[in-house]
Design a protein around this ligand. Structure first.
Ligand SMILES: Nc1ncnc2c1ncn2[C@@H]1O[C@H](COP(=O)(O)OP(=O)(O)OP(=O)(O)O)[C@@H](O)[C@H]1O
Length: 318
């Protein structure tokens, strides 16, 4: 079994172990492993030109996204060793343990599938692994620019700047063909994993293996200051606050004003309003997990009536 190892030396926790050590662990698990050094995203095209039977990614969520973008449709399975700062994808899969344990467990891999979020916008077709959305988080990301290096101070000043220029507007959103009543929202996040970005756990019940997307909406409410929402976010208690709803759906349409919209950590903007369509592509990606890994528990899908799924809203009233 030939395996290509991608080790991102720029990821937050990647320095803890060398590429040579990772390669040796993979060989120890029975693979004809080959580490292809990469210094930047540009090197990935060459590194993945002949991926073999398995690609093992040791890096953060950004590295996994960049690798998936290059493997799409090629039928090559992926194994992940989380070594980033947030590791939202690894967290959603229950991938905890040190690299030696995770790579050792690939001697007898468990084959699983991972849903992809698929998006069509005015910029073309796209995908997400963690989440996509509009509002305060996307606006903050647009100011923050994670490629400029991670800094808590810059994150805070970016949030303050984003809040000061953020324009509230009614959004036209439909979930599985059912239109919502034009909510004026501070945040819309379509989640494939429980957490996104710097481990913001917006949808604790979301799973990338359940065939559903969890949609988190924070409606504007003059009674609750932004600081309370920010604190709720940071304390992972967002859903306890007023005007936060979580829906489950397979498809979502958004009439977009063109202001920052994010897909994982990438930002899109447009000069003119346009339609964005999102849907879940169940089991689009084949994953190999180390033996014995327990996926975090899945929650049951919402009730199905007349062959149609009802968007399962869970309003949290004040
Ligand atoms: N294979 C690679 N080799 C070198 N650099 C890469 C590679 N893949 C991605 N990068 C660059 O490294 C940066 C950091 O990667 P990544 O997002 O994986 O780590 P992180 O930010 O620490 O993790 P997380 O996203 O989980 O917080 C990316 O923004 C990207 O520009």
């Amino acid at each position: 079994m030939k395996a290509t190892l991608i080790h991102n030396p720029n990821a937050g926790g990647a320095g803890a172990i060398s590429s040579a050590e990772l390669e040796a662990l993979l060989i120890g698990a029975g693979y004809a492993a080959r580490h292809v050094p990469t210094e930047s995203l540009e090197d990935l095209d060459r590194a993945l030109s002949d991926p073999g039977d398995l690609v093992v990614v040791a890096g953060g969520d950004g590295t996994v996204r960049a690798t998936v973008a290059r493997l799409a449709g090629r039928g090559v399975p992926l194994a992940i060793v989380p070594m980033g700062t947030a590791n939202n994808i690894g967290g959603a899969l229950g991938l905890v343990g040190d690299p030696a344990e995770l790579l050792g467990g690939l001697a007898e891999p468990e084959r699983k599938t991972y849903d992809l979020g698929w998006v069509r916008g005015p910029w073309g077709e796209d995908f997400f692994l963690e989440g996509a959305g509009w509002g305060l988080f996307a606006a903050t990301m647009a100011v923050y620019d994670p490629e400029a290096g991670k800094s808590p101070f810059r994150a805070l000043t970016s949030f303050v700047q984003a809040v000061s220029i953020f324009q509230l507007c009614p959004l036209r959103i439909s979930l599985d063909g059912e239109e919502l009543d034009e909510p004026v929202v501070l945040l819309l996040e379509v989640m494939n994993t429980p957490a996104l970005g710097p481990r913001l756990r917006l949808a604790p019940e979301a799973s990338p293996c359940d065939g559903w997307l969890d949609v988190v909406l924070i409606r504007e409410d003059g009674r609750v200051g932004l600081t309370r929402y920010l604190t709720g976010l940071l304390q992972n208690r967002l859903e306890e606050l007023p005007n936060v709803t979580v829906h489950r759906c397979k498809r979502l349409q958004l009439e977009w004003d063109g202001s920052p919209f994010h897909l994982d950590a990438e930002i899109r903007t447009a000069e003119h309003p346009a339609l964005i369509e999102l849907e879940v592509r169940p089991a689009a990606l084949e994953l190999w997990l180390p033996a014995g890994i327990q996926l975090p528990e899945e929650t049951p899908p919402p009730a199905v009536q007349d062959g149609k799924t009802q968007p399962g809203a869970t309003p949290q009233t004040p």
